[in-house]
Design a protein around this ligand. Structure first.
Ligand code: IFM
Length: 446
């Protein structure tokens, strides 16, 4: 039987938390929220499983007290959540929705009353709908509007935020959403992909500058990393594997920690980069207080000439997969963090800001025995422990996710939560993984 006893071997000051995001749980039909580009994207048939959207989601807006209680009862010491831009500024800029401010006021107070640290994220993908007609993240003005939104957050909440992340997963915001088209706004052009790969980093820098102007000290960014491996050892394969690694991982590491872009990719991208992009690199590489890594799987890269721009595609490997079809490869986490620390972030504290798995959880006699998930967490925590023993400044680990939720293009068909959500009546039912976290974080049997 898998267990999470390993939790007891972590240093006392190591942070264990859970993570969520606004659009995935809140329910944006509540509280006079504005719309985001996900509301538009999900309306187009074929974009999201079953034409689902975040309208109701987990109705966290109505149930946040119960949800925060579930976090503190399990013994976690931190909660990572995100602010919804259109909930606070329904048009993206200008008019403030007081109901939005009041919701986050109450949420933050509830988190603090439950003795949890507030790990906040400014942007976890709900771009105000209003900006779509103006080019969204392709438009440099959006980075300025993001700075203005950041200022609203700082003025209202910064004294109660333990930490702030500017952007969640810039690769998803740019490449996945504008070149691969899998996420809102669903663009599929090289121009959009390349431009947003740069603009999202400018947005990060704009927000960082505002945050610093408020003398705030605990700010970082959250990068999603995939361990990239070649399909075979042919030189052509190794070359495209390096390109894939650069686009997925090193583009962000190099820009943020070194103020440059990796060579193979910038050569390929140069024709499509915004004018004078070099002038932004110093701005993008302002010092950070911590860096977050979201890790789920590896990617195997094979030469594929039918992909005419990149010359490669990812192919399936032979490891066990989660319900997302993602291979379980805990060693990748260790490798990626070691490289990040040794070559880029150096002594900047690192947090695993997301890690977890989608599983076909079944409710039987009121119980969900998600053994696979417990094993997944245990195997990844082993890698974390090993990193700490090797003096890597790994300071915390956040399970993705607290609740089953709106899994973007997969709608509600994929369950990542340690707490089951019955989407018919929104009842929350703690899974065995939640109980196992509780057992080891609180030393209490349930
Ligand atoms: O659900 C997402 C989350 O929003 C960002 N990181 C990956 C998770 C699982 O796909």
């Amino acid at each position: 039987m898998p267990d999470l006893k390993i939790i007891k071997d972590f240093p006392d000051d190591f942070t264990f938390g859970v993570a969520t995001s606004s659009y995935q749980i809140e329910g944006n039909s509540f509280g006079n929220s504005g719309l985001s580009h996900w509301d538009c994207f999900s309306k187009i048939k074929g974009n999201v499983y079953n034409n689902e959207s975040g309208k109701i989601a987990c109705a966290h807006i109505l149930n946040y007290k119960e949800d925060i209680k579930l976090i503190s009862e399990a013994g976690f010491s931190a909660y990572r959540f995100s602010f919804s831009w259109p909930r606070i500024l329904p048009d993206g800029k200008g008019r403030i929705n007081q109901d939005g401010i009041s919701f986050y006021d109450k949420l933050i107070d509830e988190i603090l009353e439950n003795n949890l640290k507030t790990f906040s994220t400014l942007y976890h993908w709900d771009l105000p709908k209003n900006f779509m007609s103006q080019g969204g993240w392709k438009n440099r003005d959006t980075t300025k509007w993001f700075a203005d939104f950041t200022d609203v957050i700082m003025r209202n909440f910064s004294d109660r935020l333990h930490s702030i992340a500017t952007i969640n997963e810039p690769w998803c915001v740019s490449w996945l959403s504008h070149y691969l088209g899998e996420h809102a706004p669903g663009e599929v052009t090289i121009e959009a992909g390349v431009k947003t790969m740069h603009m999202i980093l400018v947005a990060h820098a704009e927000a960082l500058q505002v945050i610093r102007s408020h003398n705030y000290k605990n700010v970082g960014i959250v990068l999603n990393k995939q361990f990239v491996q070649p399909f075979d050892e042919k030189s052509e394969t190794l070359k495209v594997t390096n390109l894939a690694d650069e686009i997925h991982n090193l583009w962000f590491d190099e820009a943020i920690f070194k103020g440059s872009y990796p060579t193979q990719t910038i050569k390929l991208f140069s024709k499509y980069m915004p004018d004078n992009f070099e002038e932004d690199l110093k701005f993008i590489s302002q010092p950070l207080d911590w860096v977050g890594v979201n890790y789920y799987t590896r990617s195997i890269i094979k030469v594929d000439k039918s992909e005419t721009f990149l010359g490669y595609k990812s192919v399936k490997g032979d490891l066990i997969v989660t319900d997302m079809g993602w291979e379980v490869f805990p060693e990748g986490l260790k490798n990626l963090i070691e490289r990040l620390h040794n070559k880029y972030s150096k002594n900047v504290p690192i947090f695993i800001t997301e890690n977890g798995m989608a599983n076909r959880d079944c409710l039987k006699n009121g119980k969900i025995n998600d053994f696979e998930r417990i094993k997944f967490y245990s195997d990844h925590l082993k890698q974390c422990k090993n990193l700490i023993e090797n003096d890597i400044p790994l300071k915390g680990y956040f399970a993705w996710s607290l609740l089953d939720n709106f899994e973007w293009a997969y709608g509600y068909s994929k369950r990542f939560g340690i707490v089951y959500v019955d989407f018919d009546n929104l009842e929350r039912i703690p899974k065995l993984s939640w109980k196992e976290f509780k057992k080891n974080l609180t030393n209490k049997e349930n």
